[in-house]
Design a protein. Structure first.
Length: 232
């Protein structure tokens, strides 16, 4: 496993991202991240040059752009086709991977909780129904635990050959906390990933209650842990 680039999911800023995109990107850059992941709804999809200029200004790479769709429902996919087309010209649920690959875009499926329950029945089914050359997993480590009720190390080992992208979340009890402040064994997980030759992005998603912290302080805690403990 080569050097893993570390990105930041901007969810830590919540709805504040509306109208404060540059401030958000500046904070991600200030905290020392290599790249950024953000929801398509926060961007002007008609003006990609504006976003590209902001990324260049703050020395960031676009790690991922996410958009939600009920991929298992053909009618739902049809209804959002105009929006999908704006993002990467997606065509249909299981055709999205092929369509993305042909255009140089990698498609990763992001799990929540239901896919993990019953011995990862949902995740296994998704992998069975999709071709690995077209669709890989954006595995959310925190969601494996909350609300999935699973063991992150076991899930990573079971699906290591399909993982192309990671969401790093940490858990303490029944709540999310900054990465490195909880119970997930990240050194063990990255050891498993190294065995499997993982080469994707590792993106911090601090979906936490900020309390007295600012978003930048919160993501800096996680960035420091990854740098000091895992040398990422």
């Amino acid at each position: 496993m080569g050097k893993v680039p570390v990105g930041c999911q901007t969810i830590t800023w919540g709805e504040y991202r509306w109208g404060h995109l540059e401030e958000t990107l500046a904070g991600v850059s200030q905290a020392g991240y290599d790249g950024v992941e953000i929801g398509a709804r926060f961007l002007d999809l008609d003006e990609p040059d504006i976003f590209q200029e902001l990324l260049k200004r703050y020395n960031l790479t676009l790690a991922g752009l996410h958009f939600g769709v009920r991929w298992y429902d053909p009618q739902a996919v049809d209804e959002v086709k105009p929006q999908l087309t704006k993002i990467v010209d997606f065509l249909a649920a299981f055709e999205m991977g092929r369509h993305c690959r042909e255009r140089g875009v990698r498609l990763h499926y992001h799990n929540h909780g239901w896919e993990i329950r019953n011995d990862c029945e949902g995740l296994r089914r998704i992998c069975e129904l999709s071709a690995p050359q077209y669709v890989s997993l954006a595995l959310d480590l925190g969601n494996i635990v909350i609300p999935g009720g699973g063991n992150p190390e076991e899930v990573v080992r079971a699906f290591s050959d399909r993982i192309g992208y990671l969401h790093l979340k940490d858990v303490r009890g029944d709540e999310f906390v900054p990465v490195g402040r909880g119970e997930i064994d990240f050194p063990a997980i990255f050891s498993i990933l190294k065995e499997g030759g993982f080469q994707g992005w590792a993106v911090v998603e601090n979906e936490v209650e900020l309390g007295e912290m600012t978003p930048v302080e919160c993501i800096s805690i996680s960035r420091g842990y990854l740098r000091d403990t895992l040398e990422l």
